[in-house]
Write a protein that binds this ligand. Structure first.
Ligand code: CU
Length: 116
């Protein structure tokens, strides 16, 4: 009798946890791109907590590259580019535009800070 109650409580906990995860989902971090900046250019995330970068552009095609994490994507006008990530290590990770977009292209960069 007692044992059945414990099992029921455990199952209830698991189901409840799954529902909460589904309801919340990964945190969305919106990053806009335009000549020649990302805004915000500094974003933060927590170690082990899933995020989705939602990338948009206000003017033309840009790129989104994170060399340290092996991530790259296009940011095209009129679209949202969704880039999921579950940070696996603490630190600062640069992102940059890798589609030449004009004279200030080389300065178009930002940083993702992953905190413990
Ligand atoms: Cu560029």
């Amino acid at each position: 009798m007692h044992r059945r109650l414990v099992v029921a409580l455990l199952l209830g906990g698991v189901v409840g946890g799954a529902a909460r995860l589904a309801a919340n989902g990964p945190a969305e971090i919106r990053i806009g791109a335009k000549k020649f900046e990302f805004h915000p250019h500094k974003v933060t995330a927590r170690l082990g907590q899933p995020i989705v970068r939602v990338l948009t552009t206000e003017d033309r095609l840009h790129g989104f590259k994170m060399p340290d994490l092996g991530i790259r994507a296009d940011i095209a006008p009129g679209q949202e580019t969704r880039v999921p990530l579950t940070p696996g290590k603490v630190g600062s990770f640069a992102f940059l535009c890798d589609v030449f977009c004009g004279d200030g292209h080389e300065d178009m960069e930002g940083v993702l800070v992953v905190e413990a």
